[in-house]
Design a protein around this ligand. Structure first.
Ligand SMILES: Cc1cc2nc3c(=O)[nH]c(=O)nc-3n(C[C@H](O)[C@H](O)[C@H](O)COP(=O)(O)OP(=O)(O)OC[C@H]3O[C@@H](n4cnc5c(N)ncnc54)[C@H](O)[C@@H]3O)c2cc1C
Ligand code: FES
Length: 344
């Protein structure tokens, strides 16, 4: 199916597969159509249908509250063209930069699912085809048993790799969560689409790094920190990590984070719902611990240290919103230097 997109600055044409959401077809063709979650919740991928017909894959998508169907607006991440179609996007759209990791669909197999904490599971996905992905990106996962895709950030990064590593926090009653936590999924097949996301890190950035993660938001930070550590980035630039959880029992990756301390990173675990247990500091001497919401702990620690800084933020939407507000209003970082993924 031929799709034409008229953006504010220029027009693009590309082909879509049958039942393929317009967003995925455009991204696959190397066109940076606007999106954030890519899974129907944020509304960023809003477009207007000029001609043609669409199939809406998820009419109850929360992101639909941002569109006006009577004006033929729709979500590009949920709607597929049923023939030739022309649409309008009210934003500037550009082709992807040369060397960018272009997303595509690829089947995969679940590998080594294991508990990291009472409500957090680590698992791998072995892809059928090798794939390039940057530090800080995410992919969409779709087991056959569930409708639609779910977004998960990689904890690793690769060029030409076939193994994706994830951590998933259990969402009570959530389709994917119950699927993953409810039985041993080793060897099960699922579909993937990716890589996606702009909260990426490349060592050529040449700035100090600030990572603020709520809960499983630490996943993408692990990939950024691994990439930076491999290049000995923190010999030249400073790095701070703030990892927010409710209680110490909710925390994971503390061993891995302790290992980054040797590279000069300063890492603080923020506990929002309990005082720091005496055992925390003796068990994890490389890490700092503080009581408070993660953005407040970051604010207290970082005052006056925002020089030449890029910040990465990920986790539940309220935690991300609070951290972004703090980074804009207090740290006075520019929007280009605040990269985030809202786990909506
Ligand atoms: C960019 C990004 C990165 C993320 N990274 C992580 C991570 O690394 N670790 C982590 O724990 N969480 C991450 N999340 C959050 C994670 O995606 C959600 O917790 C997960 O979607 C919950 O899925 P569920 O099936 O358990 O819940 P559900 O409530 O069943 O489903 C949640 C999501 O699934 C999709 N969905 C549900 N039903 C349908 C349908 N009928 N048709 C189409 N789509 C449907 C929608 O996107 C919906 O928001 C990330 C989210 C985003 C946006
Ligand atoms: S990108 Fe489509 S709703 Fe978020």
């Amino acid at each position: 199916m031929r799709i034409q997109v008229n953006a504010r600055n220029q027009g693009f044409e590309f082909d879509a597969r049958a039942r393929e959401p317009v967003l995925y077809a455009g991204l696959r063709a190397g066109i940076e159509l606007p999106y954030e979650c890519a899974t129907g919740t944020c509304g960023t991928c809003k477009a207007k249908l000029i001609s043609g017909r669409l199939h809406d894959g998820w009419r109850e998508a929360p992101g639909r509250k941002h569109v006006k169907p009577e004006q033929r607006e729709f979500l590009m991440c949920q709607c597929a063209a049923e023939g030739e179609a022309m649409l309008e996007v009210s934003k500037f759209v550009y082709a992807m930069e040369p060397g960018a990791c272009t997303p595509d669909a690829c089947p995969g197999i679940v590998r080594a699912p294991r508990r990291l904490a009472h409500d957090v599971m680590a698992f791998g996905v072995e892809l059928e085809q090798p794939c390039d992905f940057d530090a800080g990106q995410f992919v969409l996962l779709a087991p056959a048993a569930l409708p639609g895709y779910r977004a998960y950030s990689m904890c690793n990064f690769e060029r030409g790799g076939r193994q994706l590593d994830f951590v998933a926090k259990r969402k009570p009653g959530g389709g994917f969560s119950e699927w993953l936590f409810g039985a041993d999924r080793e060897g099960e097949r699922l579909d993937t689409f990716g890589p996606l996301g702009k909260a990426t890190f490349d060592p050529a950035l040449a700035k100090n790094l600030l990572c603020i993660a709520g809960g499983s938001g630490i996943a993408g930070m692990m990939s950024i920190l691994s990439r930076a550590a491999r290049e000995r980035y923190f010999d030249r630039y400073r790095g701070w990590v703030f990892f927010g959880v409710r209680m110490l029992r909710d925390a994971f990756f503390l061993g891995e984070l302790s290992a980054f301390r040797a590279q000069g990173l300063e890492i603080t675990v923020a506990l929002s719902d309990e005082d720091v247990p005496a055992s925390a500091r003796s068990e994890w001497p490389q890490l700092g611990f503080a009581r408070g919401l993660v953005h407040e702990v970051a604010r207290r620690t970082m005052a006056g240290k925002y020089h030449d800084m890029r910040a990465y933020v990920a986790g539940p939407p309220p935690a991300v919103d609070a951290a972004i507000r703090m980074l804009l209003l207090e740290a006075r970082l520019t929007t280009d230097n605040i990269r985030y993924d809202k786990f909506s």
